[in-house]
Design a protein around this ligand. Sequence first.
Ligand code: UFG
Length: 327
Amino acid sequence: MNILVTGGAGYIGSIVAEELIRQGDAVVVFDNLYYGHRAAVHPDATFVEGDLADRAAVKAVFDAHEIEAVMHFASYTLVGESMEQPFKYLGDNVTNGLNLLQEAVAHGVRRFILSSTANLFDDPERMPIDEEERIVPGSPYGESKNILERILHWLDRVYGFRYAALRYFNAAGASPTGERGEDHDPETHLIPRVLQVALGRREKIVIFGDDYPTRDGTCVRDYIHVTDLAQAHILALRALDEGSRTYNLGNGQGFTVKEVIETCREVTGHPIPAEVGPRRPGDPAVLVASSEKIRRELGWEPRYPDLRTIIGHAWEWHRTHPNGYGD
Ligand code: UFG
């Protein structure tokens, strides 16, 4: 299949593109390289540098390539930033997605995968969180994904547009080939930050609060290997012709911040100094996914459920790419 991957030069998009190509699909990557890296784009992908805000550029991609499906990763993704700059999220994330969707529909494309988020569940009533959980976006970022999910719902009703919304919990790790991994600037995520300490690039890790109602007082998250996420995208894509669908995606097991740091110490052999700081505003105490639905419906099974393996792959990437993609 010819697949357009927006944000295919970013962390998750580049690894999904790698996996699609490995499985025989043709990939067109569309990325403005604001956050993505040219070197992350698979050499067998067609690369188009462009911005989703530029509707003519989006149209040109569909005109030039016989696109059969779209995977949409290009997005602003920082919860904290979205609380300071809501229009970047409620505006740009939404209008960029609309540009993409309008051109997809105009070009007869009916298959679409949306990167959605656990930030839809700010106040969960049950743990682990399944797809029946009520939606309470935790930030303008989460709301922007919620709006896109709602738009997709209506496009399905009106045009028979088939979509899958995949709500990731905490994507982590790197591609097992060692070629692609996480390179954000600024880096806000826990695992890469902890590994930066092991690399000597950061003096210590600050734990954002240890007074949460959890087993050791630090926040619990569900870390899912990025390659397992990629596999879920591919299974969802193959199943789209049978109908649209929404899945929560995680490993189903939560780890505290302290447990993650301890596992990083074991994997790297570095003492990794840590100190407790204040809470980061907006962090829920516990977020763990139930991925029973995608397991049952699509037979998805994480290949790398073990936190040590996830951190091991991340460490391999950071150790061999201390400057990330070097751009
Ligand atoms: N943390 C620290 N110190 C740090 C960085 C993070 O203690 O230096 C803690 C956070 O407080 C949190 C945990 O580590 O408890 C994980 O934090 P991340 O920033 O790695 O990930 P989040 O759970 O905050 O964010 C993830 C995704 C977002 C998504 C969000 C939904 O990265 O895209 O889950 O809540 F929106």
